[in-house]
Design a protein around this ligand. Structure first.
Ligand code: C2E
Ligand code: CA
Ligand code: CA
Length: 705
């Protein structure tokens, strides 16, 4: 500060216009909230510029005022420091610089900085302190704010990332590094795509930017990738900072890691989705599963059933034994239900004693009927409650998708109606929403049950159907076909009961029995002098996965003494494809043994000849559905011819099954088919009839080709 420092205009003589530089300087001082003073120590009079009065908020005085007038404005806590500083200034330090708070008469607190210089004592002994007072309230508030912001930036648990308008990362805070794994130096200068997980598509980011630019802000959940590769959910908020031209200047992104929140959310979901008493899913979760399953069934064209269960005398138990016993019964009932279910079939408690079971991927309505029967059996046993044996049977209503309804709502309702019917009829039983379905299911169930006894009661036996070798016109092989003569119903066609035997697993012992019987019969014929022939036995897909076929075949052949070349196995393409690797392995073992192998029903399944090359097979049987129309339908004729030609290129023998007419035979012969089988030669017949048939055709033995 110089000695020509202009003093406040109040101390200037009136009437003299201020010089231009004076005006300018005055304005600057006003803007800077800078006042100046001249303190005559000797007289203790302070002359101030107008700004000083303004800062202190006290009326302007044209005469010098004593220091005390100002001291009363100084903040009590800052006063000692101020006096000390003044003292130091006068005791040789000369320079004054202090920050202190002042009160204004209006009750405001301001922060000021006072700077000054103790001028050398004039020869006349007067001493002066010239200086300035600056109001730094706002500035220090800003500084404070900045300090708080910095503190917040550094200490925030939320990650903060500042980018430029071109999205280059300019700064990140420690939480950012903690969450993302990228240090500040690794992040700065990079683009936020550094954090991308690939979880969201371009459309997602496009939407985000559109919203951000439109609203100046975006927030939402986003999945990003940490430096260590882990993908995590975060809640992200982005703010746009615009410049004066309203263009984005910076983006501030803030985010928090939601991984643990998500976990808590999942736990909460679990809690809200499970019934505390039984541990079963509650209705909310069940319904979700149900709806998903309906969509799935729709796509896969499979059946789905919902069973609505109700304990027949729960109310009575609750009333007579009390709620604790009632709760115990429910928990025990839930356990019993679960024991009856297939893995993965969901069950829920609706509240009270009502349970829902969902059965998916059904091929027929037998399964729900069977389950309902199984549940009934399970509930026929008593429960032990409060030291007593309690009987609590159940009733069940069954609704099937898509027959009984197309959505969860309708199906629940239908199952409920069926349950009411079951209850009305006295309980302890199940009912289908659709009565016809019940009849169908029950018929199948009855059949399945009686099949179990059919084997022991000699109701099952074998029929034999010859196959004719077209080149030699000799019968060299036959197909073994199972028959069931049910005492009260007569002959049941295998198409009706083989699937039931497969479903119940009965096909395993049954298949074994067929193989034994067929081989025994062949050996008996061989001994009796019948021309040697090969017996083709059908194998079900269930046998392929359920038994060690080569081992079984080897055992049967060695014990019956039948040569392996006298046995052929017919398998369908689909059963082989189900587990192709296992099939190839198994077929190789059989081929090594000398057993012949053929593909049955060819043309109805995958019909991939190139794929068939992988299987070590001897022959293909053209399905009878093609043979049927070869003389009338050119497509079928073409298919049959192609199978024959292509089969031959793969060195396979071709057999046509279901040949009923001479015309079909002639066509097939012309096309080069190797064998035919069908009513045109003979229907499948009993062992006795077969022996007679052969005797009539082959008066003398014919060696096997
Ligand atoms: P498949 O193996 O295709 O058997 C051929 C079917 O065609 C037999 O029906 C046979 O009686 C019938 N068939 C034979 N010639 C003609 C004909 O000229 N015209 C017509 N329309 N049909 C003819 P079947 O005996 O009713 O057997 C049906 C299916 O049941 C069999 O089809 C086979 O898949 C299964 N099956 C029969 N016996 C057994 C067996 O012992 N084990 C296994 N796993 N399945 C068997
Ligand atoms: Ca067959
Ligand atoms: Ca067939």
């Amino acid at each position: 500060m110089s000695s020509n420092l202009p003093l406040g205009k109040k101390v200037r003589k009136k009437g003299r216009p201020p010089a231009r530089e004076h005006i300018l300087f005055r304005d600057i001082k006003q803007i800077a909230k800078l006042g100046d003073f001249d303190w005559d120590i000797t007289t203790n009079k302070i002359f101030c510029s107008e700004e000083v009065y303004q800062i202190f908020g006290i009326p302007v005085k044209t005469v010098g005022v004593p220091l005390e007038d100002f001291l009363s404005s100084i903040h009590r806590d800052d006063l000692p420091m101020m006096l000390d500083t003044l003292h130091a200034t006068f005791s040789g330090q000369n320079e004054l610089r202090l920050k202190c708070r002042i009160y204004t008469p209006l009750g405001l607190t301001k922060k000021v900085i006072i700077r000054g210089k103790n001028l050398p004592v004039s020869p006349g002994g007067s001493s002066r302190l010239l200086g300035t007072v600056q109001d730094i309230t706002e500035q220090s508030r800003m500084e404070e704010k900045l300090m708080i912001s910095t503190k917040m930036f550094l200490n925030s648990n939320d990650a903060i990332m500042l980018t430029g308008a071109d999205s280059t990362i300019l700064d990140v805070n420690p939480a950012f590094s903690q969450i993302t794994g990228f240090s500040k130096s690794e992040a700065i200068g990079k683009k936020p795509s550094l954090l991308k997980s690939g979880h969201h598509d371009d459309y997602f980011y496009k939407q985000m930017w559109t919203n951000l630019n439109k609203n100046g802000q975006w927030e939402g959940e986003i999945w990003d990738r940490r430096k260590n590769g882990e993908i995590y959910p975060k809640w992200l908020t982005i703010h746009v900072v615009k410049n004066l031209k309203n263009e984005p200047r910076n983006y501030i992104a803030m985010f928090s890691d939601r991984s643990s929140e998500k976990m808590a959310e999942q736990n909460l979901r679990k809690l809200s989705h499970f019934d505390m008493l039984t541990g079963l899913p509650n209705f909310n979760l069940f319904r979700e599963l149900f709806e998903q399953s309906i969509l799935h069934s729709n796509r896969k064209k499979t059946l789905l059933a919902v069973l609505f269960l109700d304990l027949d005398n729960f109310k009575a138990v609750n009333e007579t034994l009390g709620h604790t016993a009632g709760d115990e019964l429910l928990a025990a009932a839930a356990r019993r239900i679960k024991e009856c279910l297939r893995e993965g079939d969901p069950v829920c408690r609706l509240g009270g004693d009502d349970f829902h079971i969902l059965m998916t991927e059904l091929s027929n309505v037998n399964h729900p009927a069977e389950l309902a029967g199984k549940l009934q059996e399970a509930f026929a046993k008593p429960f032990e409650l409060a030291g007593r044996e309690i009987f609590s049977t159940i009733s069940t209503g069954i609704a099937v998708f898509p027959q009984d309804g197309e959505d969860a709502e309708q199906l629940f309702k239908q199952a409920g109606n069926a349950l009411q019917q079951a209850k009305k009829n006295g309980g302890s039983q199940y009912r289908f929403a659709n009565h016809a379905m019940l009849a169908k299911a029950q018929e199948r169930l009855n059949l399945k049950n009686s099949l179990r006894h059919a084997m022991e009661h000699n109701e099952l036996f074998l029929h034999f159907q010859p196959k004719l070798a077209l080149k030699t016109n000799h019968i060299t092989s036959l197909e073994v076909l199972l028959r069931w003569n049910k005492p009260d119903e007569g002959m049941i066609p295998p198409d009706r009961f083989i699937p039931l035997a497969e479903e119940s697993g009965l096909i395993i012992p049954l298949g074994e029995w067929i193989l034994w019987e067929a081989c025994k019969q062949m050996k008996a014929w061989e001994i009796s002098g019948m021309p040697p022939m090969r017996a083709a036995v059908n194998l079900s897909g269930k046998q392929l996965s359920g038994v060690d076929v080569p081992k079984l075949v080897e055992g049967v052949l060695s014990r019956t003494g039948l040569a392996p070349r006298h046995l052929e196995l017919e398998l369908t393409e689909s059963s082989l494809m189900e587990n192709a690797d296992h099939s190839i392995h198994m077929l190789n073992a059989l081929r090594e043994m000398g057993v012949e192998l053929s593909i049955d029903d060819f043309g109805t399944g995958y019909s991939s000849l190139s794929y068939l090359k992988k299987f070590p097979i001897n022959s293909l049987k053209i399905d009878k559905s093609f043979v049927n129309d070869i003389t009338t339908n050119s497509d079928d004729a073409a298919i049959a011819s192609t199978i024959i030609a292509m089969g031959h290129t793969l060195n396979l023998n071709i057999i046509a099954e279901g040949v009923e007419t001479r015309e079909q035979l002639v066509f097939l012969n012309r096309e080069g088919c190797d064998y035919i089988q069908g009513y045109v030669i003979s229907r499948p017949v009993s062992a006795l009839e077969y022996a007679e048939f052969i005797k009539a055709r082959h008066p003398s033995p014919t060696p096997l080709k």
